[in-house]
Design a protein around this ligand. Structure first.
Ligand code: GLY
Length: 492
């Protein structure tokens, strides 16, 4: 059996490892713009081949698939989905694990995702407004915008989202200014170069609560859910600093437990199941809308909010990065068998076996990431000893050595009976990585730590107390305002 993997980051290294663990002993081929040393080692070991090229160029991907003679292609990142790579492969008779262009709209356009969610009445509907230009958005920001999340309306590598809390009347003018400036920068900077979408800016009501991602495999008929994973977006310990593509991720059991034999958890079993139902409803909605089957991976990037309980923040048409490390480390079922079942639309015959241990992934990044990738790139990377447990990410491997690409260099993966235990194991691995020229690396030591778990669980409890109260009063998802003389009035 031969498999062609598209993409060369940390997520794809995790996918490559899972595919190569298969009892079917596949030959692994890879097509990517950069050479990932971890994937390259697996390609060599299985006697496949590594091709360099533009992963969004569907003709080039088809050519590589034909050259390799792949039985199927596994698409790692989202951009090839947005560029119709799976559609082109399938038109050429090549089976593919990857969302076709129309169904990938669920991720590509955050505005379409919200439109769809409201049209099909999927629970967790946040208020939103979409804009094509800054001029359209400016009066809205001036008059109405309260505490909001400002987002690029197209998936732009997880960049550009800003949440602004606007509670203090004496700061309202300043906050309005920040909102205007950020809205302008979303349209002029973050959305620059994306001309495949009408709407540029999305303004959503701001919600709070613990975030988590629920990935599912699907063949368009059956959904195979994976454990909830929590990504840590902020650059520094204590959730401080800029938002990144993800500084590390945690998982344990299906519902983010403290430990495998521990009752404490960020989500209840019921909340986890409701989150899976919501992802399922989103798949059904996009399939009804497009009349196309969803083949591949879909993920709900969710939040347990005080307004709705489980709530979709965004959807992914692929595995998250670094969340893929968590999901695939505990998936005991053969990934190749899952892929074949998706392609044959018989996913209902697969039972997912999941290891219930904790997994903590910590990304190690060069200083400069995420906003100054120019200074973060070009440094030679060294590892002390073996790279077991290390997923290679944004690096390029050549005869000059392994060179940083400006984003997360490696993702260090620890497994244990509890989150703090797995966190310490991942921490130990981070110490093995350095840059030869002395340029500094940073990572988050707190991911999965006791203190961080206490905070995450407490945040979940606070959101739960409020949404369950609302639920008991029949107010779930309803927005109420206080009007003097009238009391609480439902709005919207
Ligand atoms: N971890 C965020 C993402 O995969 O987009």
């Amino acid at each position: 059996m031969k498999i062609l993997l598209i993409g060369g980051g940390g997520r794809e290294h995790a996918v490559a490892q899972a595919l190569c663990k298969s009892a079917k002993e596949p030959k692994l081929y890879c097509f990517s713009d950069l050479v990932n040393p971890g994937i390259n080692a697996l390609v060599k070991k299985t006697r496949g081949e590594y091709y360099r090229g533009n992963i969004n160029d569907s003709a080039a991907v088809v050519k590589a698939a034909k050259k390799s003679g792949a039985d199927f292609v596994f698409v790692g990142p989202e951009e090839p989905n947005f560029h119709g790579v799976p559609d082109r492969l399938e038109k050429n008779g090549i089976a593919c694990i990857g969302a076709r262009r129309n169904v990938a709209e669920l991720e590509m356009s955050k505005a379409s995702m919200r439109d769809l969610q409201w049209k099909y009445k999927v629970p967790g509907r946040l208020w939103y407004k979409k804009f094509k230009t800054f001029e359209e958005a400016a009066p809205y920001i001036e008059e109405f915008a309260d505490s909001v999340a400002l987002k690029p309306a197209r998936q732009a590598g997880g960049k550009g989202v800003k949440v602004i809390e606007d509670f203090q009347v004496y700061l309202q003018d300043d906050k309005r200014k920040v909102k205007r400036e950020h809205a302008e920068s979303i349209i002029n900077e973050y959305m620059k170069g994306y001309d495949d979408i009408d709407y540029k800016l999305l303004i959503e009501e701001r919600v709070w609560g613990p975030e988590y991602t629920v990935h599912c495999f699907t063949d368009g008929r059956t959904v195979l859910p994976m454990p909830a994973v929590q990504d840590n977006k902020h650059a520094f310990d204590g959730d401080l600093g800029l938002e990144t593509g993800g500084m590390g991720s945690i998982s344990c059991g299906m519902n983010l437990r403290w430990g495998k034999d521990d009752e404490r958890a960020i989500l209840t079993d019921g909340e986890y199941r409701k989150s899976v139902d919501i992802v399922n409803m989103m798949i059904e909605a996009i399939q009804t809308e497009t009349k196309e089957k969803y083949h591949g991976i879909v993920a709900g990037q969710m939040m347990l909010t005080s307004v709705w309980g489980p709530t979709v923040i965004e959807m992914y048409s692929r595995l998250g990065d670094p969340e893929a490390g968590n999901v695939l480390a505990v998936l005991k079922t053969d990934l190749v068998e899952i892929c074949e079942a998706i392609i044959g639309e018989r996913l209902n015959t697969i039972k997912a076996e999941i290891d219930d241990r904790a997994v903590v992934v910590k990304a190690v990044c060069p200083e400069g990431y995420p906003n100054h990738r120019d200074v973060a790139s070009g440094h030679k990377v060294a590892i002390k000893g073996k790279d077991d447990g290390i997923l290679w990410a944004s690096v390029d491997y050549s005869d000059k050595g392994i060179i940083s690409g400006g984003s997360r260099v490696v993702e260090c993966l620890g497994m244990g009976d509890s989150m703090p235990d797995a966190s310490l194991k991942a921490e130990h691995l981070t110490q093995k990585v350095s840059l030869v020229d002395g340029w500094k690396l940073f990572h988050r030591a707190d991911i999965g730590s006791e203190k961080s778990m206490h905070r995450r669980i407490a945040l979940g409890n606070m959101a739960r107390e409020i949404y369950q109260y609302r639920e008991g009063k029949g107010l779930l998802g309803k927005r109420m305002i206080w009007i003097p003389g009238k009391g609480l009035v439902e709005v919207g």
